[in-house]
Design a binder for this molecule. Structure first.
Ligand code: SAM
Length: 254
């Protein structure tokens, strides 16, 4: 991290960890230390496979910013894997118009006795002058939900001192020019909060514009072609035409 973090008091949201887990609409799944399991929309298998790809071998001593953390699986997992400091941020599903709430994050935070910090802030309002920069910034499952993906990626990049990980829907795989596809409301996954999917050349160009010099692209475990997403009940299989979209993970380094 380049600057010392200063978390504004008025950005912090009070916790509600006394809520019963059964009353929470979970997006992430968890295995609690006391043996209880929480089954969210995203299975623990998928989450752990993703975490292996996002975090690699060594998080020890690193500072991590999780943008769009929701229930916070990746924030708590970063802490479990040895990160020195983790800040989870969200807005749409914590206090905005998303169907999610912050209750899951608070419940897990309490049950893990976690030191993960949290801030309710829109991605476009993230300010490195206020929060400092982080060694690792996660922008997972957020880019296609925002109306201004260029500005969103730029805002996440500003927070990053070294390594940015993006997980996103990608489209236009056969287009060699940098391009983004705009979806009709509800067209992508039946979710009207999905707007844009870039192709990989567009992601590479944006990341280069934001000062990243090394980029690695890999398929996500939730891509249609990935073994974890084959067969009946595959996770989040997009309800769009074959070959129309994929999910992709991008690692970018300064
Ligand atoms: C599909 S969920 C992904 C959750 C988690 N990052 C993951 O990958 O499993 C999308 C997340 O992005 C958040 N999000 C959407 N728009 C946002 C915005 N403008 N600012 C901050 N978070 C936003 C939502 O609240 C939600 O938590």
């Amino acid at each position: 991290m380049k600057n010392e973090p200063i978390i504004p008091e008025d950005g912090l949201v009070s916790t509600s960890h006394s809520t019963d887990a059964a009353t929470i609409n979970w997006f992430h799944s968890f295995q609690l230390p006391d043996g209880r399991s929480i089954e969210g929309v995203k299975s623990l298998d998928i989450l752990l496979s993703e975490a292996d790809i996002f975090f690699g071998d060594d998080l020890c001593g690193k500072t991590v910013l999780d943008v769009g953390a929701w229930d916070g699986f990746f924030s708590f997992e970063a802490e479990r894997r040895g990160a020195a400091r983790v800040l989870a941020t969200d807005h749409f599903c914590w206090s905005g118009s998303g169907w999610g709430t912050r209750q899951g994050f608070d419940f897990i935070h309490h049950n893990l006795n976690s030191g993960v910090e949290s801030l309710d802030v829109d991605v476009l309002a993230l300010d490195p002058q206020v929060l400092g920069q982080f060694d690792l910034v996660l922008l997972l499952g957020v880019l296609y939900h925002v109306k201004d993906p260029y500005g969103c990626l730029e805002a996440a990049a500003r927070m990053c001192a070294d390594h940015l990980v993006i997980e996103t829907v990608t489209a236009l795989a056969s287009e060699t020019l940098p391009a983004m596809r705009l979806y009709k409301p509800g067209e992508l996954g039946g979710d009207p909060t999905n707007f844009w999917a870039p192709n990989v050349p567009a992601l590479e160009l944006m990341l280069s514009n934001f000062g990243f010099t090394r980029i690695e692209v890999s398929p996500s475990p939730v891509s249609r072609s990935h073994p974890l997403n084959q067969g009946a009940g595959g996770f989040l299989r997009p309800k769009v035409k074959k070959d129309a979209s994929h999910r992709t993970i991008i690692h970018a380094w300064r």
